[in-house]
Design a protein around this ligand. Structure first.
Ligand code: 6PG
Length: 256
């Protein structure tokens, strides 16, 4: 997987704008090659601000939004429509404003549809497998997953990514693409997350991080820490790993 590249921005607003313009460019480039593009979205303040910035961008309509698949890296196991669901926030910020194809919006199942987060995780894994089978790509990164052209992540102050928290079962999970989480230290404890191996199957992984409280996590991740202790350290794309950070998050980078 690709060594991390780092791009430092003056502050969170410009960071979100930069993520938005890169995302638009990436989707247009992929669509020019293949028609359909696939993005994995993140929750969190930067991820959501980036989606708002996509909507506000003068080049927003250069993307054919009806030909984009949307998946999510993780979700809180809550009822459909709950304001703390990443999918609800993404819909408000961008998706509901665009002519997206509802059949290409792949939300995690909710707590009113599934008895528990494990059942919702199994359902998401099955839908990912179905999408992978439909693509039937030669040389697919992982036969259980569709091709993820870009996968976006936020990073917590404890260096968690998606709902994979340091030292817990989720980050240690091997052999499955999606995991049900019962013990997230941030509420709610019940969540659903892609596993690290799924994240690493993406062509490009982008980590968008702002603020001084993230500086320690960014420093450790980019100093080559282990991914069980520092999950963000393990987040790498096959072709590109891009850390998009602001100056405050950069103060503990190795060599600064
Ligand atoms: C959660 C949080 C968390 C968030 C990161 C990055 O899981 O409860 O939403 O995962 O995405 O902490 O958040 P920011 O983009 O706000 O820094």
């Amino acid at each position: 997987n690709a060594e991390p590249k780092i791009s430092i921005h003056p502050g969170p607003t410009l960071l979100a704008a930069s993520v938005a313009s890169r995302l638009i460019t990436r989707l247009v480039d992929v669509q020019n090659e293949r028609g359909t593009a696939t993005v994995v979205l993140t929750g969190g303040s930067i991820g959501t601000a980036a989606l708002k910035a996509v909507w506000e961008s003068p080049t927003c309509r250069t993307v054919d939004w009806s030909q984009v698949h949307f998946w999510w890296g993780d979700e809180r196991f809550l009822p459909a429509g709950h304001p703390d669901r990443n999918a609800v926030q993404a819909r408000e910020a961008l998706l509901d404003r665009l002519a997206v194809d509802p059949a290409k919006v792949h939300e995690f199942g909710s707590s009113d549809q599934f008895p528990d987060q494990y059942a919702a995780a199994a359902d998401y894994a099955a839908r990912l497998q179905e999408a992978a089978d439909a693509e039937a790509l030669d040389g697919a990164a992982d036969p259980r997953l569709p091709r993820f052209d870009v996968l976006m992540l936020g990073v917590g102050p404890d260096a968690h990514i998606a709902s994979l928290f340091p030292e817990l079962a989720g980050i240690r999970t091997k052999g499955s693409t999606v995991v049900g989480v019962a013990d997230a230290p941030k509420p709610p404890p019940e969540r659903i997350s892609l596993t690290l191996e799924s994240i690493r199957s993406a062509e490009e992984v982008w980590l968008a991080v702002a603020g001084e409280d993230k500086a320690g996590a960014v420093g450790l991740a980019l100093a080559g820490a282990g991914s069980v202790q520092v999950p963000a350290a393990g987040a790498r794309g096959r072709n590109k790993t891009l850390w998009l950070i602001d100056q405050e998050a950069a103060v503990q980078l190795p060599g600064r």
